[in-house]
Structure formats: structure tokens, C-alpha cells
Design a protein around this ligand. Sequence first.
Ligand code: ATP
Ligand code: MG
Length: 181
Amino acid sequence: GVDITQPVEQTLRTCQLNARDQGIEMIQEIEADLPAVWGNYDLMLQVLTNLLGNALKFSPNGGKVAVRAYRLSTSELESAPDQVRIEVSDTGIGIAPEDQPAIFDRFYRAENRVHTLEGTGLGLSIVNNIIDKHHSKMHLVSEVGVGTTFWFDLIVYQEEAIPLDEDSLILDSAELEAQVL
Ligand code: ATP
Ligand code: MG
């Protein structure tokens, strides 16, 4: 199991200098007593680094970037296993509705790319692959000129009750990284 607090804090530390340069406030809201989740630490770091990197890159100076992690309520889960939601939101330039369906494709860069020169358009496709390997899905809501929120849900780790058969959830770093890159 991964304590999601660790990769979140590590990523925020890495981004802190960039955020300060841009005058962007970084907000971290991790629910108290959050349980560990099924996942791989290095890959979570990669996901958060990409999402936070994008949030900063596609935000004008002076905004806010937030990372939140909280348990889904029983009503949201219905009969599904317990899950934790991880959200990264920004007050950036946003993604137009017509770009949103392609945003996870390899090498896709939206029209908003005129605001920045760096990047290959691979970040979100890697994020999507990693979250797919964790048997979950990426979601987003975005409004041009207002901001963007990306989120995904991860299954709560329980030693005694493995929620998925072991073959289907590969937790070995090297193997998983080889598959997603
Ligand atoms: P790379 O991640 O390879 O450096 P990139 O950041 O351009 O390049 P992705 O991370 O895959 O590529 O994102 C794809 C495109 O989605 C971006 O080029 C940008 O148009 C749009 N995008 C991604 N995140 C955001 C965001 N938080 N706000 C606005 N647009 C975004
Ligand atoms: Mg990127």
C-alpha cells in the first residue's frame, strides 16, 4: 500500500520554487487519517509530478494550485470497494471542450499551447496509462479562462482482502514502469 501523503508532499516540495517564481499559491488538503491505497509509489510520484507540472505550466502568474485527497463517501461508492480520490486543480487557462477528449492522447497539445513552448504532449498519456494500470480512470472538468481539475480514485489497501486478483494489479515498480512508458 502507498500512503498518498508521501508522494504528494514530495511533489509539492519539488514544485515549490516554480510556484514561488510564478506567485502561485500551492494548497495541500489531505484528509486526516487517510488510509493507504493500492498502488506504486514511484508511479504515483510520476502522476503527481505531471499533473502539478501542467497545473503550473498552464497557469498565469498569481493563481492557485491545489492537491486534495479524501475518502469517497459510502453513497458515492455504492457497492464498490473503499476508495480515495486524488484531485489536482488550478486556476489556469483551461482546456476548451473540443480539446478535452484528445487530451490524454500521445503527443496531443491543445490550442492553448501557444502559451508555452516547452513540452512534448506525452505527460498526460503516461498519467493515463499509469492510472489505467491501477484499474482506475482519469477525469477532468475544465473551463477556459477559469481553470482545470483532474482527478482519479484509488482502492484502499487492505492486507487481508486483496480486492483484485494479483495478476491484474501489478505492483512491481520495474514491471509496471516498463508497461506504461
Ligand atoms: P509534456 O507533458 O510532455 O511536457 P505537455 O504538458 O504539453 O507536454 P501533456 O501533459 O500531455 O503535454 O498535456 C497535453 C495538453 O493538454 C497540453 O499541451 C495542454 O494543451 C493541455 N493541458 C494539460 N494540462 C493542462 C492544464 N492543467 N491546464 C490547461 N491545459 C492543460
Ligand atoms: Mg505535461
